[in-house]
Each structure stands twice: as C-alpha cells, then as structure tokens.
Design a protein around this ligand. Structure first.
Ligand SMILES: Cc1ncc(C[n+]2csc(CCOP(=O)(O)OP(=O)(O)O)c2C)c(N)n1
Length: 565
C-alpha cells in the first residue's frame, strides 16, 4: 500500500491489532497450534511480547488456557487454525464455559472472500461454537477487531464468567485497522471484573432465616474460589458455628483441616459421613454452587423440601432450578457473604461442631486403614496418602476422571484456601489433567504441580509429554494404571451384575512411553516402592512420570455413592 508514512504508522494489520487487543487486556501467554490460516497471526505474535506455548493438540491448548485461568484469576487464551483446529479446540471451551472459567479461543479461518466455494477447512465456526461459549463471533472485517475483542473480554469476566470464541479469517488478519481504535480496559482481563451486590431485602430475609436455624450447613461450589470469598466464608461459618461442605470444584473454599470443614459431598468424592452432615441440616446455604446432579446425588441430598434453602449465585438462572428456594441472593459470593456478615452484626450462634469432627474421624480412619495396606496391586488410598504426605501445602494437584477424581476429592485434605486442587467437573472428559497442569504450572511456577490421571486418560494426552520436555516443565504426572476403563467397569459391576463388556484394554508400560519422550519415569508395582519413587519424582526439578499399577476401580472401595450402595 502506498500511503504517507504518518498514515502507515497509524495503521496496524488485523493480526497486529488482535495481538495488541490481547496485550492491552493483560494477556501474557497464548497456548496454541499453528496452521495455514494462522500465518499472519503467527507473524504478528513473533514480533510481540506475548509468550506463545506451542502445543501438540488444540484440545490441550484450550485445557492449558483453562488451567492457567483457574490458577491466575486472569483470562486464559488459546488459538488454533481453521477446520480441524476449531473442532479440536472445542472440548476445552465446553469445559471452561460450563465450569465458569474465562477462556478465549481464537480460531483463524479461511478468507471471507473464499466463503461458500468448497474451500479446504471451511466450517461454520459461529454455529459450532455457540452452544459451548458464553459469547462468540466471526469477524468479517478488520475494523471490527477492537470492538469484538472488547466485547469478548467483557462477556468472559462479567456476571457468570465463561468462555468466548472468535473466528479470525485470513484476509481479515491482513487488512488494516486504525490504531486509534485499538484500546481496551485492563480490568476486564481479570475475573470477576464487575461484582454485583445482593438485594438488601433478601439479605435481611436470609439473616432472619439463619438466626432461627437449628442446623445450618454450607454447600460451596467453585463460585467461592472464583470470587475469592474464602475469608468471608470462614467468618460467616464461625458466626453461624456451621459446617462447610464443598463440591469438587469448591475445594479450596475452606481450609479442610479446620473444625467447620466437612469435605466434599455428593456422588463423586462424598462419603456416607459427609452425606449425613447434609441430611442433618435444616437450612442449606448454597454458595456459588449449581446444586447439580453430582453434588446433590441426583437431588436426593439434600432432599427437596427437607431443608430451607438460601442460594447465593451470580447467575440468576441458578437458584430455584433444582430446589425450592426460600431466599435467592443473586450476587457475587464475596459481596453476598459480606452483606450477610454485616446484617448479622454481633450476633453469634451457639453450635456444636463435634458431630462433624466425629464423622470426619470415622471417614479418615477407614481411609487410613486401606492406605496402610501392603496389598498388590497398590490400593488407590495408598497413592493419595503418600502424595498428601509428600506434597507441600501450596502444591497444585489436577485430577482427571476415573480413579483420581473421587479419591483425591474425598481424601486429599487441602491445607489452606484458594485454588490448589481442581478437576474438569463440567464434562469430565478424560485426558484433561496433564494439559491443565501445564497451564497451572505456568500460572504458579514456584509451587509443585502434579497431574493425576488414569491410563485411559494417559492414552488421550500422552503426546503432550513432548511439550513438558521441550519447555522443561518440572511437572510430575502420576498414572493410575489398571488396563481398564475402570469407572465404567465399576458401573457394569454395580448396575449390570458384572456383565463386563468392552471396557478392558491392554497393559502399557507408561513409564517406558514417557522415557521415550525424554521424561524421567518410574513404574511402581510394589507398595513399598511407591514412597521412594514419588520422592525422587517430585524433587527432580524436571518433567517426571510415575506409572503406578493400581487396584482396578471396580474392585476398590471408591468414595462413589452408587457403588457404596
Ligand atoms: C472423553 C471421554 N470419553 C469417555 C468418558 C467416559 N468415562 C468416564 S470415566 C471412564 C473410564 C476412565 O478410565 P481410566 O482413565 O483408565 O481411569 P480408571 O477409571 O480406570 O481409574 C470413561 C471411559 C469420558 N469421561 N471422557
């Protein structure tokens, strides 16, 4: 283009404008995988201060962005090319969106000028991404880039946080954008960016209900950690002398060593003891929790109509969806809990937490007896106990579905609050933890990060071991090895009279596979070899993997209520 110098300086390419829009919103890392339609974007990234983490699968780019967002409180950003790049990035968006985690995915696309001509990789990204995002757009012209990115950041961080997707055509990346338009509000790069306070009348009603409660019990979801409401929760629990149970995503709402903490409730990670605390309640206070099927054991605990319900959630659609609600508090969890504290003033409830203590003791005595077992194959309880013993309190642990999720949710006691443990609980797709641990590590590089997965999950994420090696990430991967899709086999055992069908696969030496990628690894078959192998692996300061041959889930005493029953 033959323009005077001053006009050229005032113009960016679309790709440069995209990079600048990320930067002004505080983005520092982009996870992604290259493609033909992404060449202009990569050229702009090359010249920028943004760090690009090249992944081996777009699914994992999105999971990394998700893990990064969970640990930083900032937006996670991922990118991929058109066609397959979009279909592969989608699972990570679906998980993040349903888990209220702000992940922005950018897929480049064929040129606007090539639409409708059987162009290679042409795909209706708008329709594809709509159901799995809070907000999405397909760019048709470069001039819209600044506005569209501002809208994306606003959508991801206000109200209930969620995922956003932008399709960025090839020719749009090359077209000019006026530099004057390229601005953004950095406060929209963190979440929650705009907190909403509760209706004071509802706060008064809730406080009245709490003053008259015989046995109030909190059930906290991921919303408490997202809102950073842990201190307010602890203070209110103290004032109410109330037990605090959590969902799996709500782990981190409360220090699990404290007298108020019940642990995880629900069908996955809950136990008869934690369920009993919920069943005793006459008032349940759901906080940042959707009261979904897992938390409530399919809406049986609490039983509808048994307890009065106060439901605090940022999303007005949540309270009342599954339970008749006495007081809905539509607000940010931190502001709602603080408003309740102010309304209750100096009042203090007299309450006895010793029944909670007794139940926790019973739960952990049973667990510890199994954890001490020298049986082979190694019991999952032993793996949890050994990791809990060896990891520092501030370590990050990411758990995949299968054996890891219920066991670590139930028995890995968090020493402290905030995000230290997470699992992909919206969709529970296998193969999440390894990639999410990469994002988590980059978010918090000074603490130990561990990914725990089943061998089914290993099969879906192993390629990313190369990324760990290339980037020299001191992450430890733990594989619970049982040569079966154990969770499903356990379902066939419990519900179908042991009519096992198409759930077993072959034995793999995962340590040998990892070694071939350049990962230092151990294969552990004997209980006594577990502690020394973990010790070396956790201390190594490089990527490590411990492949543990474990008791299969269908034979284990897993904290999964359907099977216990
Ligand atoms: C992508 C995906 N496909 C299928 C499932 C259904 N599923 C849930 S748990 C499970 C078995 C998990 O097997 P593995 O990772 O080996 O762990 P294990 O249960 O044996 O401990 C399966 C197949 C899923 N969660 N995600």
């Amino acid at each position: 283009m033959n323009q005077p110098t001053e006009i050229r300086a005032a113009t960016l390419t679309g790709a440069q404008a995209v990079v600048e829009m990320l930067r002004v919103h505080g983005v520092e890392i982009v996870f992604g995988l290259c493609g033909d339609t992404s060449l202009p974007l990569y050229d702009a990234l090359r010249d920028s201060t943004l760090r690009h983490i090249l992944t081996r699968d777009e699914r994992h780019a999105a999971y990394m962005a998700d893990g990064y967002a969970r640990m930083t409180g900032r937006i996670g950003v991922c990118e991929g090319p058109s066609g397959g790049g979009a279909t592969y990035i989608l699972p990570g968006l679906a998980e993040a969106n349903e888990s209220s985690i702000p992940v922005l995915a950018i897929n480049t696309d064929i040129s606007v000028a090539s639409r409708g001509r059987y162009t290679l990789t042409e795909l209706d990204q708008r329709t594809l991404m709509r159901p799995v995002t809070k907000w999405n757009a397909v760019l048709d012209r470069a001039a819209d880039i600044p506005r569209v990115f501002r809208q994306a950041f606003d959508a991801m961080t206000t109200g209930r946080p969620g995922a956003a997707h932008i399709a960025l055509p090839f020719d749009v990346q090359n077209a000019p954008v006026d530099a004057v338009d390229v601005w953004g509000d950095p406060s929209l790069g963190v979440y929650p960016s705009r907190r909403g306070a509760p209706d004071p009348e509802m706060v008064t009603l809730a406080a009245k209900l709490l003053r008259n409660a015989r046995a109030p019990v909190f059930i906290c979801g991921g919303g408490v950690v997202i809102a950073g409401a842990e201190a307010e929760l602890a203070e209110l629990a103290e004032k109410l002398a109330a037990p605090v149970a959590t969902t799996i995503s709500g782990k981190g709402s409360i220090d699990e060593r404290c007298a108020h903490a019940v642990g995880v409730v629900g069908s996955n990670g809950g136990t008869p003891e934690t369920r009993a605390v919920v069943d005793d309640a006459d008032v349940i206070i759901f906080v940042g929790c959707r009261a979904g099927s897992v938390t409530t054991e399919r809406w049986r605990h609490p039983a509808p109509g048994e307890a009065r319900i106060i439901h605090i959630d940022v999303d007005p659609a949540v309270p009342g969806r599954n339970y008749p609600v006495d007081v809905p508090l539509i607000a940010d969890a931190k502001l709602a809990l603080r408003a309740l504290l102010e309304e209750l003033g100096d009042w203090q409830r007299e309450g006895d937490l010793s029944p909670v203590e007794a139940r926790k003791r019973a739960k952990f005595e049973r667990f510890e007896a199994l954890a001490r077992s020298d049986e082979t194959p190694i019991r999952p309880e032993r793996v949890v106990a050994e990791l809990a013993r060896q990891l520092d309190a501030d370590a990050t642990l990411v758990a995949d579905p299968g054996t890891p999720c219920p066991y670590f949710s139930a028995y890995y006691v968090l020493r402290g609050t905030g995000r230290r443990y997470f699992s992909n609980r919206a969709h529970g797709a296998l193969g999440y933890a390894l990639a999410a641990s990469v994002g988590a590590h980059l978010a918090r590089p000074n603490v130990k990060t561990v990914a725990v997965m089943g061998d089914g999950s290993f099969g879906m994420c192993a390629g990313e071991l190369e990324t760990l090696v290339r980037l020299k990430l001191p992450i430890t991967a733990i594989v619970i090895s049982n040569a079966t899709y154990g969770w499903i086999k356990a379902g066939q055992r419990g519900g179908y009279g042991q009519r096992y069908f198409s759930v077993d696969f072959g034995t793999t030496d995962h340590a040998a596979v990892a070694r071939a990628f350049g990962v230092r690894s151990w294969r552990v078959t004997e209980p006594r070899a577990l502690a020394p192998a973990l010790k070396e692996a956790l201390a190594a300061g490089e990527p490590t993997l411990v492949d543990i041959v474990c008791q299969p889930l269908h034979e284990a005493k897993a904290p999964v209520s359907e099977w216990v029953a």
